[in-house]
Design a protein around this ligand. Structure first.
Ligand code: ASP
Length: 595
């Protein structure tokens, strides 16, 4: 239906007879002569309908409306001098139309495509129109480019692309499972995979050696801007590898993806940081290193302090730490309130953050007067406190102080406009994660990554001894600008060690047999050492596209209630269909006035 795409024709094509098909992006009447911008996926071309060329086509062109689908045949001509459009790739030429066919008329659209629309529900209801917009079409293209680049890279590196079941069993990835009743097995359910973790490990036992999959994963959890109930991982696993092999592979993989999607070269090797350093210095296990606000420990400064709050904290084994937001003494009351709110959400037990502001040669702070002269000097030196700075303090347990100052640090960076360079990409690896952590409520030990993660060889004894807190994992996360792009580990491949790990996690022998016997059995038959990682494709696509929500890079995303407003999913299922799968709903519909 076309001889060229709408972005293809240039001055070098003058006098060519061409045929273009696409959407009427806009139509303008200039004294009886109709000009349209004809749009397809690739771009736009101006077409002009003059009665002297073809009176019928010119007449028909008066009926054109935005988004009609049309075919235009005509001749490539130079635009009149002065009417070129430098912003259009085809802006030097236009098509003088000899023929016009209306392929399909469009109704008036529910919203204009050339304006940003803040009503997200409306965008989602008509997602197929929303996706026609330039920005969305660019995002879809970039996502496709990075996905194909990943496929090519992994294929070149000898990885086999293998699908694993979607209808499977619950997986211990830490979220709730989506369940699917089985009609053929009354009373039984499948669970949708939270990740293909066990299958990919079984593929290693199967001798595949190098596996990858662009894998859909399902997790029933509360949704945020960077979470969806279904999302996509570039999942990979390899045998006979160590941590360095996986890290090197993934650095190259991300390099090829950013090159393909954004045309930029990223560093060949990323900096590394231990989990402890990330938490202590950046207050996050996915530190944003684009700005240089670091958390500083003040134990030495306040070792002999008379200030009760700090003294009690330090005596009780806690920490006193601070950050210096350099040059941010200009903070407004509104911003200060917002920081206090964030700190309270992050666990600050009092309403206001302790701070010292040094402005116009004066220290402004309720704290300053309680510090001794030595403490004042030491704070000034340690924190490099200079004119125009503001220092925020937190005292408490090591983890809670990290969380609070980590959040405050990030928010300060936003307020101070330190994150506005769209081309700054700070990749890094966080390694040496703890293997286990204690659930605050139940006090049970849970896996920080998942139960198949290998304990650090130097810490095996600690695991035996039950000193769970100090056991590190051979696990690594790759982080970009404060987002976790992916994570993985070297795995346990020995039945004994896996059983020990389950024991530490409080998984009884019966439960092990019931849920994991396939894996434990497989480990009896010559399982190779193996490890891998999974990258969050949606998040990577979001960062490549410069968006701040993964919804902008998923063709048909769900809203924050897990609903697809276009397809109206999830939907009600009738009693007959439910009976067929042996399910009875206990949900009682509320009367409309309460709903
Ligand atoms: N399956 C893990 C996850 O989804 C990633 C991995 O360990 O490879 O987080």
């Amino acid at each position: 239906m076309r001889s060229h795409h709408c972005s293809e024709l240039r001055e070098s094509d003058l006098e060519k007879s061409v045929k273009l098909t696409g959407w009427v992006n806009s139509a303008r009447d200039h004294g009886g002569v109709i000009f349209i911008d004809l749009r397809d996926r690739e771009g736009m071309t101006q077409c002009v309908f003059r009665p002297e060329e073809n009176p019928d086509a010119a007449k028909l062109s008066h009926t054109l409306r935005d988004e009609d689908v049309v075919t235009v045949e005509g001749v490539v001509s130079k635009r009149l001098e002065g009417s070129e459009n430098g912003r259009m790739a085809t802006g030097a030429i236009e098509i003088v139309a000899k023929d016009l066919k209306i392929v399909n008329k469009a109704d008036v659209l529910p919203f204009q495509l050339d304006k940003e629309l803040s009503n997200e529900d409306l965008r989602m209801k008509y997602r197929y129109l929303d996706l026609r917009r330039g920005r969305m079409s660019k995002n879809i293209r970039q996502r496709s480019q990075i996905t194909s680049a990943a496929r090519r890279y992994l294929d070149d590196a000898g990885f086999f692309e293998i699908e694993t079941p979607i209808l499977s069993n619950p997986t211990p990835e830490g979220a709730r499972d989506f369940l699917v009743p089985s009609r053929l097995n009354p009373g039984k359910f499948y669970a949708l995979p939270q990740a293909p973790q066990q299958y990919k490990q079984l593929l290693m036992v199967a001798g595949v050696e190098k596996y990858f999959q662009i894998a859909r994963c399902f997790r029933d959890e509360d949704l945020r801007a960077d979470r969806q109930p279904e999302f996509t991982q570039i999942d990979l696993e390899a045998s006979f590898v160590d941590k360095e092999d996986i890290i090197g592979l993934v650095e190259g993989l991300l390099g090829s993806m950013f090159q393909a999607g954004r045309g930029i070269e990223i560093p060949k090797e990323f900096p590394r940081m231990t989990y402890r350093e990330a938490m202590d210095v950046y207050g996050s296990d996915k530190p944003d290193t684009r700005f240089d606000i670091k958390i500083t420990d003040l134990a030495d400064v306040f070792a002999g302090t008379g200030f009760k709050i700090f003294k009690n904290t330090l005596d009780g084994g806690g920490v006193v730490r601070a950050i210096n937001a350099k040059g941010f003494a200009t903070i407004t009351t509104g911003q200060m309130n917002r920081l206090n709110e964030i700190a309270v959400q992050a666990g600050l037990p009092v309403k206001n953050l302790a701070f010292i502001k040094y402005e116009n040669g004066e220290y402004k702070s309720p704290l300053w007067k309680v510090f001794s002269d030595e403490e004042k000097t030491a704070v000034t030196e340690t924190m490099n406190l200079e004119e125009g700075d503001i220092v925020f303090f937190a005292a408490g347990s090591r983890d809670s102080v990290s969380t609070i100052l980590g959040r405050v640090r990030s928010e300060c960076a936003v307020m101070m406009d330190l994150l506005s360079d769209p081309d700054q990409f700070n990749f890094l690896w966080v390694e040496d994660f703890p293997l286990l952590m204690q659930d605050e409520e139940t006090e049970e030990w849970v896996a920080v990554h998942h139960p198949f993660t290998r304990p650090h060889p130097e810490d095996l004894e600690l695991l035996e001894k039950g000193d769970f807190e100090n056991v590190r994992a051979v696990a690594y996360d790759v982080v970009l600008n404060g987002y976790e792009l992916g994570g993985g580990s070297i795995r346990i491949h020995e039945r004994d060690l896996q059983t020990k790990m389950f024991k530490a996690l409080g998984v009884s022998e019966e439960e092990q047999e019931l849920k994991f016997s396939h894996l434990l059995d497989a480990f009896r038959f010559g399982a190779p050492p193996h490890g891998g990682l999974a990258l969050g494709l949606d998040r990577i696509a979001m960062l490549v596209s410069g968006e701040d929500s993964i919804r902008e890079v998923i063709a048909f995303p769900k809203n924050n209630k897990g609903a697809d407003l276009m397809a109206q999913s999830p939907c009600e299922i009738g009693p007959k269909e439910l009976r067929e799968v042996y399910v009875q709903s206990t949900y009682k519909k509320k009367p409309p006035e309460q709903a």
